[in-house]
Design a protein around this ligand. Structure first.
Ligand code: NAD
Length: 499
């Protein structure tokens, strides 16, 4: 039966028809599995109004009660993780175990947010002048919004809303229209956890919904994750309307392999990080930068591993890599193989001929590919491909590898593979990239650190989650106070409790 996904506003599914709808696909079969309502100005207004109405009550809810809701949400999400992973896989295409991994990483941000009382502590200075004290408090902003990409329909929204809500804000999420169901299931779990109506809302749709958020005077901050052109657009337009904004963009992540690296480890890493989730990860490795002397050997080890990779439907336990998200995206990714060869690269691993386990003939399949002898001016290097295509660039030295990475306009993630601690330390110091792995191919920071790139991978000042997330979703107020006649509040023999 075909499903129908609608907005979640003020604690329940939105009522009334949609003026526009989009199709939801099962990428493994290539068939439409349902429809999703697209929000226009009226639905965005309704969601923001619900969030605005809920804000005073939620802001004034004690920290203890807020945390109790977060803990309940965490338990429900954990219990639901398997089902949520299946739901994600059915719309995104990634294998269920990979989808479970993203739910787990989102859950870790919820766990981080459970510590919010500690994170919201301000400072206090006694007697800054005679009888005068000074202190600072962190207060929520109000209604804040998140706009998120298709590739992590659970994890990326959870980089945002657990921290925002824990800080006392109310939230409007605009998830990707390609895989919208996970966000609605998450809204239901929040309601079950006892989150008051209107604190978490979801509007679906495309540019029209996003523009409604950007232009809305009651939205105080926007968090965005997606491609660089849209990140730049969000940054400029949210700032123009006076909002706080963090906009995380696209990536071109390099993996540098030095001659002393463990080549089995490096080949495992290149295959896992290049082809996991069909390369549709902002932290996927897309460029392998090998020092000349080890490039041939590394390529052979990658080739052997790729030959064994099982490509198939996300819900087939044997599959290690699923289909791409849409037909158009699959065709675009495949086109880089042709243009790469036309521009002078070789194609020792061609994913177009990789076998597919079951799945529909019309599924959006493309197996893992590797273009070799890629040079920096080729389209397969200058563009973010966002699919299962590794480009191998051969360089003579560490210095030339570093120069290549630093010349790239993106600066999301990178990794170096070496057994030389000095070289690794020099790389972490010199590379102009926000997240660095040393013999670790996908260095996604834990929830208590912050996630974010440099250069064209981030517009704005704050990274996501961790302390930068807490700062993004709060404003600091500095208070200077003098009390000449302190009152103690009367007699109360009860044991002091919060509440
Ligand atoms: P996208 O930029 O096409 O879409 C992201 C969001 O913006 C979606 O909700 C979409 O509906 C909305 N949107 C699309 N076009 C718009 C427009 N013209 N105006 C306003 N809003 C618009 O990205 P995607 O294809 O969903 O996701 C893949 C991209 O996201 C890749 O570039 C990837 O690198 C990036 N990404 C980055 C990070 C990071 O942390 N830096 C994480 C995940 C994904």
């Amino acid at each position: 039966m075909s499903k129908h996904v609608t907005h979640w506003i003020g604690g329940g599914p939105a009522k009334g028809g949609a003026h526009r709808r989009g199709d939801i696909y099962n990428p493994a079969t290539g068939k439409v599995s349902g429809t999703v309502d697209f929000a226009g100005g009226a639905e965005v207004d309704a969601a923001v109004a619900a969030a605005k109405a809920a804000f005073p009550g939620w802001r004034d809810t004690s920290l203890s009660k807020r945390v109790a809701v977060l803990f309940r949400f965490r338990e429900l999400l954990k219990a639901e993780a398997g089902e949520l992973a299946r739901l994600i896989s059915s719309e995104h295409g990634k294998v269920v175990s990979d989808a479970a991994g993203e739910v787990q990483r989102g859950l870790e941000v919820v766990e981080f947010a459970c510590g919010i009382p500690h994170l919201l502590k301000g400072g206090y200075s006694e007697n800054v002048s005679s009888g005068v004290d000074a202190y600072s408090i962190l207060q929520p902003l109000g209604v804040v919004a998140g706009v998120t990409p298709f590739n992590f329909p659970a994890m990326v929204p959870m980089w945002m809303f657990p921290v925002a809500i824990a800080c006392g804000n109310t939230f409007v999420l605009k998830p990707s229209e390609k895989d919208p169901s996970a966000s609605v299931r998450i809204a239901e779990l929040w309601a079950e956890a006892g989150l008051p109506d209107g604190v978490f809302n979801v509007v679906h749709g495309d540019k029209e919904a996003v523009d409604g958020i950007l232009e809305h005077g009651d939205v105080k901050a926007v968090s965005f994750v997606g491609s660089t052109p849209i990140a730049r657009y969000i940054y400029e337009n949210a700032a123009r309307t006076g909002k706080r904004v963090q906009a995380l963009g696209g990536a071109k992540n390099h993996m540098v392999v030095l001659p002393d690296a463990d080549l089995d480890l490096a080949a495992d890493a290149a295959v896992s990080a290049g082809f996991g989730s069909a390369g549709e990860r902002c932290m996927a490795i897309s460029a392998v930068v090998a020092i000349d002397s080890v490039a041939d050997e590394l390529l052979e080890r990658i080739r052997t591993r790729v030959a064994d990779l099982k490509v198939g439907p996300g819900d087939d336990d044997r599959s290690e890599m699923g289909p791409l998200v849409t037909r158009a995206h699959r065709d675009k990714v495949a086109s880089y193989l042709e243009t790469g060869v036309r521009q002078g690269a070789s194609l020792p691993i061609d994913g177009r001929v990789h076998p597919v386990l079951g799945g529909g003939e019309d599924g959006f399949w493309l197996g893992p590919s590797l273009l070799d002898h890629v040079t920096p001016e080729m389209g397969c290097y200058t563009d973010e491909i966002f699919g299962p295509v590794l480009s191998m660039l051969r360089v003579p030295s560490y210095e030339s590898a570093l120069e290549l990475v630093n010349a790239n306009p993106y600066g999301n993630g990178t990794a170096i593979f070496t057994n030389d601690g000095g070289a690794a330390r020099r790389f972490q110091n010199e590379v102009e990239v926000g997240m660095v792995g040393i013999n670790v191919p996908i260095p996604v920071p834990m929830a208590y650190y912050s996630f974010g790139g440099w250069k064209e991978s981030l517009f704005g000042d704050s990274h996501a989650h961790g302390m930068e997330g807490v700062h993004f979703y709060t404003r600091t107020k500095a208070v200077t106070s003098r009390w000449l006649d302190p009152s103690h509040g009367g007699v109360n023999l009860g044991f002091p409790t919060s509440g």
